[in-house]
Design a protein around this ligand. Sequence first.
Ligand SMILES: Cc1cc2nc3c(=O)[nH]c(=O)nc-3n(C[C@H](O)[C@H](O)[C@H](O)COP(=O)(O)OP(=O)(O)OC[C@H]3O[C@@H](n4cnc5c(N)ncnc54)[C@H](O)[C@@H]3O)c2cc1C
Length: 487
Amino acid sequence: MIAVLGAGPAGLTAAYELTRHGQPCVVLEQGSQVGGLSRTVEHNGYLFDIGGHRFYTAVPLIEKIWTETLDEDMLVRPRLSRIYYRQHFFQYPLEPMNVVRGLGPVEVFRCGLSYAFARFRKRGNEKHFEEWVSNRFGKRLFEIFFRTYTEKVWGIPCDEIGAEWAAQRIRGLSFGTLVKQTLLSGRKPVRSLIKEFLYPRRGPGMMWDRMRARVEKAGGRVLTNHPVEAIEMEDGRVAAVRAGGQRFEVDGVISTLALGDLLPMVEPPPPQPALRAAAGLRYRDFLTVALMVRGRGLFPDNWIYIHEPGVKVGRIQNYTNWSPEMAPDPEMSCLGMEYFCFEGDGLWTSSDEQLGELARREIASLGLVDPARIEGFAVVRVPKAYPMYDGAYRDHRQTLGSWFRGIPNLEAAGRNGLHRYDNQDHAMLSGIMAARNLIGGHFDLFEWQQNDYLEDAESALAAEWAKLEATQPAVPKPISGSGDAVR
Ligand SMILES: Cc1cc2nc3c(=O)[nH]c(=O)nc-3n(C[C@H](O)[C@H](O)[C@H](O)COP(=O)(O)OP(=O)(O)OC[C@H]3O[C@@H](n4cnc5c(N)ncnc54)[C@H](O)[C@@H]3O)c2cc1C
């Protein structure tokens, strides 16, 4: 029997793949529900995600699994997400005329001067994000459209983030291109974003509840409230897993647990370098305050990026715009006030009451919702929401990859399982590949570039994986190597 640790997208998809190949398996999940970071939380009939979860993939295999699993319960939703700054909405990506209207003539003039100044004294050696963006847009536009949100999300000062991240994210965009575009084509965006996406009728958790049912129907077991406590090794292989007070003898294990959580559970302990590498991986944490608000259509966006410097909230979701079924009453809305933080910092340790009050105060100060309409709130804290890519993470991952390679019946998959800042599709594909490895496959998920494929089926899967690698979100890398964060 194979034990799959964790019932998020990677774990459930791995179990699904195992059952497709007739392999008995058990999924061990610490929480009371499945879906991991992609679960849907329910509070008094209101539904919300851990951050809004778009279902979008370039891989036909993953799209097929989604469509087969949810069928007509998968909605196609239009996308609208804008930037909010000083009581104005700005289109995202930026549209020149909209920027001019939103900032007003005085601020536009200041931004123009600031840009001219930047061109005049442009620095050649662009080391950090702030320099890179200021050189192309001027310092003033950098402050308005880049600094606040970036620092809120990543907790790293912009002059500590390597310039290559800016080059990846805002490639081809500059003040010059914006002006040219205004003169030539009026209002078309410089690059277009995906205009629609798939979303389950009752939130992303619906996908994972159904996937659990598919696994169980095919003979797999999914045990919630079973936190993994220990991994027992014998003769260089995993022999058993202890979880939720039970002991499971196993032929193989796929772990989607954070590497920093998994390694200390191994008995006898792994070598010191591997333990140190696992302990050295760092994360950005996250919390969301869902607000239950009287009224529908409060604003048309799926989500809004908050660039206002005076508030801590980074993004606001309107879940009822993702799917009307996210609130039990057609006269009510379910919003998500999203705060990026570090476990143990001031936001994280605030009481639920304090966070509810903060969210109420901030949404009122932004002028988005009349606080008298707020009828309830719920707080969810999410540890290890974002694997961080600091100066040491690559070495740590290499060390951990070598340790995994030495254990023939242990595989890692998923976002924190591989310490990859990925989306659901990538996590799922890694689950499929990890499952294949336990039945004769040869994928190296830590060093995928070095894979040498033995069969056509493997090559096809590897090609999909390579395609996905190129579409995963980019992560800023601190230039100091220390990853020191704004506290
Ligand atoms: C704010 C936010 C927004 C996102 N938006 C999108 C989006 O729009 N589209 C998209 O595709 N992706 C999005 N993602 C990414 C997506 O959530 C992840 O890619 C995906 O959930 C990763 O799946 P996973 O199975 O690897 O890990 P997880 O979802 O983290 O699942 C791991 C599971 O392991 C369990 N576990 C941990 N420790 C133990 C233990 N000791 N014992 C037993 N079980 C344990 C956890 O409870 C969890 O259920 C977003 C993520 C975040 C944080």
